[in-house]
Write a protein that binds this ligand. Structure first.
Ligand code: FMN
Length: 262
């Protein structure tokens, strides 16, 4: 993990963003690499500062590139994201080729400036029914080879997963239902990657403003993606802002919460 020193001053919020000061970097590294030590020390202020820092960046400085090490960290936070039953329904394309970016831009009204200027562009795919159905080869082999579950546990987990898909969540009603369920989990990875980027002082923009059918056609023709197996969830651009974003607007907490204590 890069030890990014120094501070970024966010004048709008009067907050000093002390990103990954040496002490914090050390503690996080220990927590990641030493399973016995789970104490994580990062202050509420640092967390909130990262959330204020993150905004949907509309245009990046095309001359500034994210360090490889930092982008690997961002991807790693996507990989480590939680998923339903742990079945990891995502796949990430990192699109650095200019021609391929241009093809995506053609049908992406929400990313006209972000796509060409981003240091790194992600296309986030979600796995379709071929992988995600309870009886698929992918699910069984993931439980056996990645989750290292014994056969009897795999059998029981498939039974629970079958009920979950068939009746609890009714995910098998159409290909689209199952795909949307997989797709919504990819947004957890998206959120984590944008947050970790912000913690490293890196800007981002989630992008859903595109013509889905046309983009899937591009993915099939130009990226050799089998769109029977994978569909697009969203894109995410990462880089460094070329100018300050608009002030953050959010409803007050009272408008979006209700405590249910009694
Ligand atoms: C799923 C999703 C899709 C989005 N798609 C786009 C997009 O295509 N283009 C864009 O400029 N912003 C896009 N945004 C950014 C939102 O407009 C932005 O997050 C929102 O207005 C709040 O502003 P903030 O992120 O700067 O706080 C998207 C955000 C999300 C979560």
């Amino acid at each position: 993990m890069a030890a990014r020193r120094g501070a970024i001053l966010s004048e709008k919020f009067g907050a000093v963003l002390a990103f990954a000061c040496p002490g914090i970097t050390e503690t996080i590294t220990r927590a990641v690499h030493n399973e016995k030590e789970t104490v994580m020390s990062i202050s509420s202020e640092d967390i909130l500062n990262a959330f204020y820092f993150r905004h949907a960046c509309k245009e990046f400085d095309p001359d500034k590139k994210i360090a490889d090490e930092d982008f690997q960290t961002i991807l790693e936070t996507g990989r480590l994201s939680p998923s339903s039953f742990g079945f990891e329904p995502w796949f990430f394309l990192i699109v650095q080729n200019r021609r391929l970016r241009e093809r995506l831009k053609q049908f992406t009204w929400g990313g006209k400036k972000q796509i060409p200027t981003a240091s790194h562009l992600l296309v986030i795919l979600a796995r379709k029914g071929y992988f995600m159905r309870y009886d698929s080869e992918y699910i069984t082999s993931l439980m056996r080879n990645i989750q290292k579950l014994p056969d009897d546990v795999i059998g029981k987990k498939i039974d629970v997963y079958k009920k979950f898909q068939e009746s609890d969540f009714k995910l098998l009603e159409s290909e689209r239902t199952l795909f949307d369920w997989a797709s919504k989990q990819t947004y957890i990875a998206l959120g984590n990657m944008m947050t970790s980027a912000a913690m490293l002082g890196i800007d981002s923009c989630p992008i859903e403003g595109f013509e889905r059918d046309k983009i899937e056609q591009v993915l099939a023709e130009d990226f050799a993606i089998d769109t029977e197996l994978f569909g697009i969830s969203c894109m995410a651009a990462f880089g460094f802002r070329i100018k300050e974003g608009r002030e953050k607007t959010r409803q007050p907490i009272e408008n979006i919460t209700r405590w249910c204590n009694h």
